[in-house]
Design a protein around this ligand. Structure first.
Ligand SMILES: Cc1cc2nc3c(=O)[nH]c(=O)nc-3n(C[C@H](O)[C@H](O)[C@H](O)COP(=O)(O)OP(=O)(O)OC[C@H]3O[C@@H](n4cnc5c(N)ncnc54)[C@H](O)[C@@H]3O)c2cc1C
Length: 450
């Protein structure tokens, strides 16, 4: 085969690929980053509307994400606090109520069960090592059931089950019946607990980015060197031999001594691999679907929900919306953001556009008053139909996957190393996990090259 053109080819210019490339360049390696899209950032993508940024992909960071906070300082990506104050709306199977804080007002019996659920989840997650969930005591049993099955067994309250659905749909883009309990527990363990995942103040939703989350990738791409980042070149296959790795694109091949593949795990089965991947790795790729998330943004002339003492947050148990947030950015128009996630998101695109928007506006008007029905601007971002994400926000591990195939998640195959938020040991699924996974993969290659 040909002599490698660069030391390392990185596939994917999301946060993981760019963080890997940046570390390699700083270590003196020659690098080529190959990206399918015409932009960097992957599952982070920032639009600008009326001078304010709108993150149609990942958008929040929080105190539990030290690598992102450090990167924000380094790259000059300013943060601002997520708007707080006012009451949240709960739509519990059509019955509306409002509440302050994180825990909704439901009857005392349900609250006790909710507390029990949190205690049990906390106990389980403490036994799950974030770097090796397959080594958790009882890993096979946890992985042999869905989150829904576990909840049904331990929590008889139907209200608790109803409340769980929008939370899980928003975090995973999937319904509780789709995830293995081990995946759920690992996700919570790698985030440091369940409450940080769902909390705004002190949690993962505390801060937003003034310039948008894509600014992280733009900053990293500058440090890598734009001439090294090849946009608009979908990788179709990867072959390797004793001397290097060839990455095949429609516009020609790129060859490196090593490769770091930093694509969503759920898309890796779409590439041709030569020689064939080892069976466990191949079957891991076959088993991992992507979640389903659609974000719907509605801008208004004024933040009328605040007049009514409402925060702009809502939780809806029956869909199609799962949660709503006040998405107003400094200097931008007042804005609500509705998440359509899990089952309702999957066939969203097959419904007429006007009917989709109307379904969202009807619910917003129910929660926040009639003014919500007349936005001055809307934008819908459907990640399910995005060919280079295949769904979002993350890859799912259905029952029987993580405990059996997890051990090969980060294991290099010859000269091919793996990055991407799904391979992270901390904050897997988040931007933090993406960046740290890229840096870990780069360190592996640097060590291998020595
Ligand atoms: C709607 C949504 C909301 C989210 N909310 C948050 C949040 O608030 N906070 C948070 O921390 N995280 C959030 N996330 C998750 C976060 O955005 C991701 O964890 C992170 O961006 C993943 O980075 P990555 O580099 O691992 O993968 P990606 O960003 O997916 O990067 C992979 C790259 O590979 C490219 N690619 C794919 N196929 C090919 C191919 N064949 N050839 C070449 N390139 C290819 C893709 O185009 C992409 O650029 C959210 C994600 C979404 C979509």
């Amino acid at each position: 085969m040909d002599t490698p053109q660069v030391d390392v080819v990185v596939v994917g210019a999301g946060l993981a690929g760019l963080a890997a490339a940046r570390r390699l360049v700083e270590a003196g390696a020659s690098v080529a980053v190959v990206e399918a899209r015409e932009r960097v950032g992957g599952r982070t993508h920032t639009l600008v509307h009326e001078g304010a940024t709108i993150d149609v992909g990942g958008q929040w960071i929080g105190p539990g994400q030290p690598r992102m906070l450090a990167l924000a300082r380094e790259l000059g990506v300013a943060t601002f606090p997520t708007p707080l104050g006012g009451k949240q709306v709960l739509d519990l199977a059509g019955t509306l109520s409002s509440y302050a804080g994180t825990i909704p007002k439901v009857g005392i019996a349900h609250l006790l069960q909710l507390q029990l659920a949190l205690t049990l989840i906390e106990r389980i997650r403490k036994g799950v090592p974030p770097e090796a969930p397959w080594d958790a005591p009882g890993a096979a049993a946890l992985d042999g059931q869905t989150l829904l099955g576990w909840v049904r067994r331990h929590l008889p309250s139907s209200v608790v089950r109803q409340l769980l659905t929008p939370t899980v749909r928003t975090v995973f883009g999937a319904d509780p019946g789709e995830l293995s309990m081990l995946h759920f527990a690992h996700y919570v363990a790698s985030a440091g607990g369940f409450m940080p995942l769902v909390d705004t103040e002190g949690g993962f939703q505390e801060l937003r980015l003034v310039d948008g989350a894509q600014a992280f990738s733009e900053g990293l791409a500058d440090r890598v060197g734009r001439e090294r980042v090849h946009l608009g070149r979908p990788v179709r296959g990867v072959s390797q031999d004793d001397d290097g790795v060839t990455v095949h694109t429609d516009d020609g091949d790129l060859r490196g001594g090593h490769a770091i593949v930093a694509m969503p795990l759920g898309l890796l089965d779409r590439l041709r691999w030569a020689p064939a991947l080892p069976p466990l790795r191949d079957q891991l790729h076959q088993r991992c679907p992507m979640g389903a998330t659609v974000k719907v943004f509605c801008a208004y002339a004024r933040p009328f929900w605040r007049d009514a003492g409402l925060s702009g947050e809502a939780v809806c148990t029956e869909g199609p919306i799962s949660v709503v947030f006040d998405n107003t950015a400094p200097g931008g128009p007042p804005m609500l953001l509705a998440f359509v996630t899990g089952t309702p998101a999957r066939d969203w695109a097959s419904r007429p556009q006007a009917a989709r928007l109307q379904a969202v506006l009807d619910l917003l008007a129910r929660y926040f008053g009639p003014e919500a029905a007349t936005p001055v601007w809307t934008h819908e971002q459907d990640w399910v139909t995005d060919p280079w994400a295949g769904g979002c926000p993350i890859t799912l591990f259905p029952p029987g996957t993580l405990s059996v195939f997890g051990p090969v998640l980060r294991e290099p195959v010859g000269r091919v190393h793996w990055a991407g938020t799904e391979t992270a040991t901390r904050c897997t699924g988040f931007m933090e996990g993406a960046v740290t996974s890229g840096e870990r993969a780069a360190d592996e290659v640097i060590a291998a090259r020595r």
